[in-house]
Design a protein around this ligand. Structure first.
Ligand SMILES: Nc1ncnc2c1ncn2[C@@H]1O[C@H](COP(=O)(O)OP(=O)(O)OP(=O)(O)O)[C@@H](O)[C@H]1O
Ligand SMILES: [Mg+2]
Length: 499
């Protein structure tokens, strides 16, 4: 009734307008009040200023200037500066803000407030740019050094994340002492932790293990250990081991060094290869069991063991080593001894849960009327590798129905083969199936029920506990954890994660 009257409508509209104006004025007012308060506050403190020019006296670029520019761009407060320049970043959808000339950005560190001004001067011929740090004198002693170190580590981290990941392979030429033993190409493998179908708990454990490794420099140094972490990925062919290595390198933004043992001429060649890898890299040795079992490499077992222990890595650290195998069964116990490879991850053949993961990512299926049938067949013991299931799904991606029927057929064939029938297709699948039983480690207990299953090497863990019991008592906090899927995380010693 009230709103149908044009005069009252006019009053309401005018009221809304006035409130809006007040609100908008309020924000401006608030901003101005803040600014005034800061300038008043500034008058009651004594400040110290530090200049960071873009170039030094010899007109060489000042690296610190570049780092500070990167650091300031990463601050959320840069958005509050009156003027900032917008640039496209290196990755698509990436937009980077840079402080405009003579603009100020504020930062806080250890409870102290500091500000940076991007000063631009024109001396008639040249423009010179300088960052000026303004810091309270009373905070200077306490925070200056740690603040600059903080800037250094933040920018290192950002630069690491921005850089293009490279894949290094051994060069054909045996230029042993002349350097250049590796050639690189951009690493464009599409695999990520999201695309590898495996138990999500396990994935998260691996991710947090990698993250905790990255933060453990001091811890490793205190123990007198090389700052490296090694992983063993084992399981039948086509279960995602290589894809997982690629996902690890991408997750860390580390370069990947692929050590092809068939191309290594002897132990010292292997040594030199390791010496010429850079820090912050993933070094992968694929199919280690095959090379050692079938003597397909000129490298000796002791050469491999020394390589694993990383004693040659004199010049850089922060390395991840990954070894892949189809089976741990016939491998020399020296390789499996506790402390040599920190994390063991088993990649099993596909089960129903992994199948559902694959159906979701390859076919966009969360559920389907044929799922119960697929589950039943899996429960009957049939299995395929994720690679085989993926292949069938890609071939039939336009018809999910046909894709699932083909998977059911393939699983059925697999069951028949296991029961003694023969056939060309079945032969292939039976290899995978028998691969799994071969691969079951005798000393393992099963963990999670889906995707890649966690297994824990019982006797090795027990030995390891004995060996490092002393260490555990003497160190207040261990840098890593011993986890097993489905169990709660337990703090453990020495850093072996058996999955
Ligand atoms: N768990 C998985 N999740 C998603 N895709 C997978 C998985 N396992 C295998 N695949 C797919 O199968 C193909 C082969 O996988 P990959 O090369 O990683 O297996 P692998 O275990 O390294 O095999 P091999 O032991 O023969 O080297 C890849 O294209 C990959 O995308
Ligand atoms: Mg592989």
């Amino acid at each position: 009734m009230f709103l149908t009257n044009p005069i009252s409508l006019l009053f309401v509209a005018a009221g809304v307008f006035v409130v809006l104006r007040l609100l908008l004025r309020g924000t401006t007012l608030l901003y101005l009040l803040k600014k005034w308060w800061r300038s008043i506050d500034d008058r009651f403190h004594v400040y110290q200023f530090y200049k960071v020019p873009e170039y030094n006296q010899s007109f060489e670029e000042n690296q610190l200037y570049r780092k500070i520019s990167t650091y300031l761009s990463s601050l959320a407060s840069i958005e509050e500066s009156d003027f900032a320049n917008l640039f496209a970043g290196q990755k698509s959808n990436d937009i980077v803000l840079y402080l405009d000339s003579n603009q100020t950005v504020h930062d806080t560190f250890l409870g102290a407030r500091v500000s940076w001004k991007n000063e631009m001067r024109n001396d008639g011929t040249n423009n010179s740019r300088t960052f000026v740090l303004k810091i309270r004198k009373r905070d200077k002693r306490r925070i200056l050094r740690p603040y600059l170190q903080h800037i250094h580590s933040v920018t290192e981290d950002i630069e690491q994340r921005r850089k293009e990941v490279k894949l290094y392979m051994k060069t054909e030429t045996d230029d042993r002492y002349g350097g250049g033993r590796w050639k690189s190409v951009p690493f464009t493998h599409p695999s990520t932790f999201d695309t590898v179908a495996m138990d999500s708990d396990l994935k998260n454990k691996v991710k947090s293990d990698l993250e905790s490794f990255l933060k453990s420099k001091q811890y490793y140094h205190r123990l007198g250990r090389v700052w490296k972490r090694s992983y063993l990925l084992y399981g039948p062919s086509g279960t995602g081991k290589s894809s997982f290595v690629a996902a690890m390198a991408k997750f860390l933004c580390y370069d990947l060094y692929d050590v092809d043992l068939s191309k290594v001429s002897d132990d010292s060649d292997l040594k030199m290869l390791l010496l010429q890898t850079t820090s912050r890299s993933v070094i992968v040795v694929e199919d280690l069991d095959r090379f050692l079992d079938e003597k397909l490499t000129a490298v000796s077992l002791s050469g491999v063991l020394n390589f694993m222990d990383g004693i040659f890595s004199c010049c850089g650290e922060e390395r991840i080593m990954v070894f892949t195998m189809t089976s741990t069964e016939h491998i020399d116990p020296a390789i499996m001894r506790p402390g040599r490879i920190d994390v063991h991850i088993h990649f099993p053949l596909c089960d129903f849960s992994a199948f559902k993961n694959l159906a979701n990512s390859y076919l966009g299926l969360k559920d389907h009327k044929l799922f119960p049938q697929v589950e039943e067949i899996f429960q009957g013991g049939a299995t395929l590798s994720p690679a085989e299931v993926g292949e069938i799904m890609i071939m039939n991606r336009n018809s999910p129905n046909r894709a699932l029927k083909s998977v059911i057929n393939a699983l059925q064939t697999n069951v028949d083969v296991r029961r003694g029938c023969s056939g060309k297709q079945g032969q292939r699948f039976s290899e995978s199936a028998s691969g799994r039983s071969r691969d079951e480690p005798r000393d393992s207990i099963s963990g999670g029920g889906s995707g890649v299953i966690c297994r824990e090497s019982v006797h090795t863990v027990r030995e390891f506990r004995k060996l490092y019991g002393l260490l555990r008592r003497s160190t207040r906090k261990s840098g890593t954890f011993n986890l097993s899927s489905g169990e709660k995380e337990k703090e453990e010693d020495g850093g072996r994660l058996t999955i």
